[in-house]
Ligand binder design. Structure first.
Ligand SMILES: Cc1cc2nc3c(=O)[nH]c(=O)nc-3n(C[C@H](O)[C@H](O)[C@H](O)COP(=O)(O)O)c2cc1C
Length: 190
């Protein structure tokens, strides 16, 4: 069951924009992050939650989508995220959160998928522009943004061929993600 959830938890970038991610699910996602591991148990990460169209339309232009899909400018009107979670590091607690941000992001996305939604971690963010839009004080570093919604795209995992890591879309719009083979990941130096 966990593997099914992990399999379903793809990076989704096209959504039914009319399906708003409920605030209670956004809060449940942060609850999952709250319960996750944290280096030195410092718990320095904070979250801003948005599911209103005005905030979403302001956040959207600060994000970059699917760098390997050169011809695709990102989701069009009607297919954009209906919610965002902006993940922040509280510099008054620490400036080193090790890998807390990724662990928390995965916990949050799994919760979103279990709740019938999905999303994408967006690390390519115009951070200073977003800081201005959201009035984020300097005390907080913008780490990444989770773009969220009701996915309308099919994402298929493929075996990687000749080390080609680039995801791609076929003529039917199915998004293909090559993954390395299990035995390539498990190494042995004995
Ligand atoms: C730390 C991190 C940052 C990412 N940043 C972006 C991004 O800026 N824009 C984007 O479209 N996808 C982004 N992604 C999504 C990856 O492209 C995606 O995870 C990868 O293509 C594999 O697809 P999968 O998540 O469905 O397995 C990011 C993923 C991670 C883990």
């Amino acid at each position: 069951m966990l593997k099914d959830l992990i399999l379903k938890n793809r990076s989704y970038r096209r959504f039914d924009q009319s399906e708003i991610v409920p605030m209670r699910l956004l809060r449940a996602m942060v609850e999952a992050a709250r319960l996750s591991a944290s280096a030195r148990n410092m718990q320095p990460l904070k979250y801003m939650l948005f599911n209103d169209s005005d905030s979403c339309s302001k956040i959207f232009p600060t994000l970059a989508w699917a760098g390997y899909l050169k011809e695709w400018p990102g989701p069009g009107d009607g297919e954009r995220p209906s919610a965002y979670i902006v993940q922040l590091g509280d510099l008054e607690l620490t400036d080193d959160w090790w890998c807390d941000d990724g662990i928390a992001a995965q916990s949050m996305l799994l919760t979103a998928v279990e709740g019938g939604f999905g999303g994408c971690i967006v690390g390519s963010v115009q951070r200073e522009r977003l800081r201005g839009i959201l009035n984020i004080p300097d005390r907080y570093k913008i780490i990444q943004v989770l773009a969220l919604g009701k996915p309308v795209e099919e994402v298929k995992i493929d075996d990687m061929v000749n080390g080609d890591i680039k995801y791609w879309r076929d003529a039917k719009g199915i998004h293909h993600v090559p993954k390395r083979a299990l035995d390539e990941l498990i190494v042995n130096f004995g």
